[in-house]
Design a protein around this ligand. Structure first.
Ligand SMILES: C[S@@+](CC[C@H](N)C(=O)[O-])C[C@H]1O[C@@H](n2cnc3c(N)ncnc32)[C@H](O)[C@@H]1O
Length: 157
């Protein structure tokens, strides 16, 4: 199984880029991982919120491949402890043969079409994070899960 993380817009702050790259580099020792970036939509200021979500949704759906298992990151999704998330990923490794695709929405979240296409929604907190910040939080959680599954002394209960 490969993990793919689809995000909208390039990471703009260099301090996030550095930190995300740090965890991406650590992750490849455990599992194939890629972050796919959908370019920012042009003239976004002229679009209403719904129109922006729909355009972003079309681009998200275009990136999917046959056999992908699609999971949205969403404040209203299912929440886990880090240990539970590690078990969740381990189970997925047994049942997903191709890509486990996580998606982080744009500033206004996801269109209805994206919600319909997804198999699951997971939440990292009841609080809302920026679409930039959540990338870092999530790659660190995937890395943490991998260290838990490999009995490495990174996570402490
Ligand atoms: C600024 S938030 C969008 C908030 C918007 N109110 C919504 O309805 O989704 C941008 C994206 O970051 C992700 N995100 C933010 N906070 C999250 C959380 N606590 N758990 C999971 N994903 C989150 C989601 O993918 C969301 O679409």
């Amino acid at each position: 199984m490969k993990i793919s993380l689809i995000v909208i817009g390039k990471t703009d702050a260099s301090y996030f880029v550095d930190a995300i790259n740090e965890y991406k580099n650590r992750l490849v020792h455990y599992i194939p991982f890629e972050m796919e970036i959908i370019p920012d939509i042009k003239n976004v200021k002229n679009l209403r919120e719904e129109q922006q979500k729909e355009k972003e949704g079309e681009l998200i759906l275009k990136m999917l491949q046959p056999g992908d298992y699609l999971v949205l990151l969403d404040e209203h999704g299912k929440s886990f402890t880090s240990m539970e998330f590690a078990t969740y990923l381990e189970r997925k490794m047994h049942v997903v043969s191709k890509r486990l695709v996580f998606v982080i929405g744009g500033p206004y979240g996801f269109s209805e079409a994206v919600y319909k296409a997804a198999s699951e929604k997971i939440s990292l907190s009841k609080m809302t994070f920026s679409h930039q910040m959540i990338r870092l939080i999530f790659v660190e959680q995937i890395y943490r899960a991998m260290t838990i599954l490999n009995n490495e002394p990174y996570h402490h209960e």
